[in-house]
Design a protein around this ligand. Structure first.
Ligand code: 5GP
Ligand code: ZN
Length: 132
């Protein structure tokens, strides 16, 4: 995709602070981080959402996170945890699949906002989900 900014980052048409890359994926600094060391992990292939991603990619991404990224964040930035998140369709700003790797620190104030007024009863929602 010519106008995809993450494809441009992969092709080096746009710069990025790259932490790790191989033939399958790239991990680089988020330009607008939520915490120190907030990274994005993307496939080198232009894929858009979780519906396009195959199990081999996820297995490889997990291996890279476990063996390279988390140990690096822990050692160099002394993070106390790591939050993985990923938006599909709604809330997805960049339409090239990306996993947010957000190091967590005490008092980082990272929080999800939610609207209690639109929340329904848990059991009612469960019934909608499992009803045939
Ligand atoms: P989304 O909202 O799609 O889950 O997240 C997109 C993320 O990409 C955002 O956190 C944003 O900061 C990051 N981002 C957008 N454009 C660029 C860019 O050109 N370079 C980098 N490194 N990150 C970007
Ligand atoms: Zn792309």
């Amino acid at each position: 995709m010519n106008d995809c900014i993450f494809c441009k980052i992969i092709n080096k048409e746009l710069p990025s602070y790259t932490i790790y890359e191989d033939d399958i994926l790239k991990v680089f600094m988020n330009i607008n981080p939520s915490t120190n060391g907030h990274l994005l992990l993307i496939p080198k292939k232009h894929l858009v959402t979780i519906l396009d991603i195959d199990k081999d990619f996820l297995a490889h991404a997990l291996d890279v996170i476990q063996t390279k990224i988390y140990p690096l964040l822990k050692e160099k930035l002394h993070c106390e945890g790591l939050t993985l998140s990923q938006n599909n369709f709604y809330g997805q700003e960049v339409k090239h699949f990306h996993l947010h790797l957000t190091p967590r620190y005490k008092d980082d104030m990272v929080d999800y906002q939610y609207n209690e007024e639109v929340l329904k009863n848990v059991e009612d929602v469960y019934k909608v989900l499992v009803d045939d």
